[in-house]
Write a protein that binds this ligand. Structure first.
Ligand code: FCB
Length: 445
């Protein structure tokens, strides 16, 4: 018997995203996305890697669903590639794109696995980028049109929807830091983009409600617990700003229908951003979500730094790190879950991503990955403590089912429960996958 048991209907799952696993980027009418363009731009991705082939999941999804079934997954979170469905971003549909996801969904259901579909995991059609991308307010309307097409095609069987994956990463990493597509380095642009993403989310939620399909819809935010590095009051103030920019700026609109006043002022003063038009906040407030998805990987430790753009800087924590250089800090997940419950009115929550990259050795057909097992065990226990404290956490999706294309890092970072030998596309169970299978079977750690 496991020592730490989870609620009977707890959804144990794994997550992936289309560009990171599908490959087949030029097949069956798929249009170009900003990640195709970005990954083919020299110098952007480690090793010059691209998602052209990735895990070849587009052709191997049957085999991959069989792996999920063997693992015992109750839920599978995947994303739908906008340019497979609407190759130009707006206008003509590509039925073959819908065929693929219909076949995937049917296969999941036939194997007893509940599909959780994300509508935007970063694949903006390139033709929309050419018209301004997320800086163009019209993109939000095109997104809702695409979303409605997907709801109409899959919504009788997909009952769990996630509009956007990590709008903060789309905004900051893609438009201010520049390490993600489309690769801009302009904070004011990033803040405008974040507002337009909120509009896109709200429009998609509205489109879903209109269809009355009876499932649930939410969004996925990349959240972290922010702590001051020292006891000085300036460090506390710095932590409040960082928490505001990374967490509250994205949480408050979807859960409270408003932007946090302090950060709105900060962005207004420093960046003359965002540009909120009449009716925008009403639209956002009129689209409450059914659940919040959160992706948690690490904490953020900050101290006051008056000369840096927003008055704070990140400090390295003392704990051990994963291959991403991210500090392993499971208590941060507990703190985050309890805080969301307290500050945002006891919402339904799902951990839509948590996991770790390590340098997994493949030796004699086996991958021993004790660090990943320890990482997951500690985070599962943190989640369970939060549930005991009354948090409405309903499921947990490990990132990731398979090793895959880790964005700017290409194939150099392995997050999978299943190892992918890229030259042969062979799937090999890591020890952590067997361990997770046991967790699911016993519904506990
Ligand atoms: C998240 C992304 C996901 C994956 C993990 C490691 O930010 O949503 O696609 O790359 O990080």
């Amino acid at each position: 018997m496991p020592k730490h048991v989870f609620p009977v209907d707890f959804v144990w799952g794994a997550a992936t995203a289309a560009y990171q696993i599908e490959g087949a980027v030029r097949e069956d009418g798929r249009g170009e996305s900003i990640w195709d363009r970005f990954s083919h731009t020299p110098g952007k991705i480690q090793g010059g890697d691209t998602g052209d082939v990735a895990c070849d999941h587009y052709h191997r999804y049957r085999e991959d669903v069989a792996l999920m079934r063997e693992m015992g997954l109750k839920g599978y979170r995947f994303s739908i590639a906008w340019p497979r469905i609407v190759p130009a971003g707006k206008g003509a549909l590509n039925p073959k794109g819908l065929d693929f996801y219909n076949a995937l969904v049917d296969r999941l259901l036939a194997n007893g696995i509940t599909p959780y579909a994300t509508l935007y995991h970063w694949e903006l059609p390139q033709l929309l980028q050419d018209r301004g991308g997320w800086d163009n307010r019209d993109t939000a309307a095109y997104f809702a049109e695409y979303a409605a097409v997907v709801f109409e095609s899959l919504g009788d069987r997909v009952r769990h929807w996630i509009t956007l994956n990590e709008p903060s990463v789309v905004a900051y990493n893609g438009h201010a830091i520049g390490e993600h597509a489309p690769g801009f380095t302009d904070y004011a642009l990033a803040v405008r983009v974040s507002h337009h993403l909120n509009l896109a989310h709200a429009r998609a939620v509205a489109a879903y409600r209109q269809l009355n399909q009876g499932g649930v819809i939410g969004t996925t935010l990349n959240l972290t617990s922010v702590y001051p590095a020292g006891n000085a009051p300036e460090d506390g103030a710095a932590a409040r700003i960082a928490d505001g920019m990374y967490n509250r700026w994205f949480l408050d609109p979807v859960l409270k229908g408003a932007y946090p006043r302090d950060i709105l002022e900060l962005f207004g003063q420093k960046l003359q951003a965002p540009v909120i038009q009449a009716g925008d906040l009403e639209r956002i407030a009129a689209a409450p979500i059914d659940f919040l998805g959160l992706n948690y990987y690490s904490r953020l430790l900050v101290r006051s730094a008056p000369s840096s753009p927003f008055g704070y800087e990140a400090v390295r924590g003392a704990g051990p790190c994963t291959a991403m250089g991210w500090e392993i800090y499971p208590d941060g997940l507990y703190d985050l879950l309890v805080r969301l419950d307290r500050d945002y009115g006891h919402p339904r929550l799902l951990v839509t991503e948590n996991g770790a990259a390590f340098d997994d050795p493949l030796q004699a057909g086996r991958v021993a990955d004790p660090e990943r097992i320890a990482y997951l065990r500690e985070h599962f226990l943190a989640a369970r403590r939060a549930i005991e404290s009354g948090v409405r956490l309903e499921g947990y999706f490990v990132w990731s089912l398979l090793d895959n294309f880790e964005w700017a890092h290409g194939y150099s970072r392995r997050f999978g429960l299943i190892y992918v030998d890229y030259p042969t596309q062979e799937r090999i169970w890591k020890d952590s996958a067997r361990w997770y299978q046991g967790v699911i079977r016993q519904n506990g750690v």
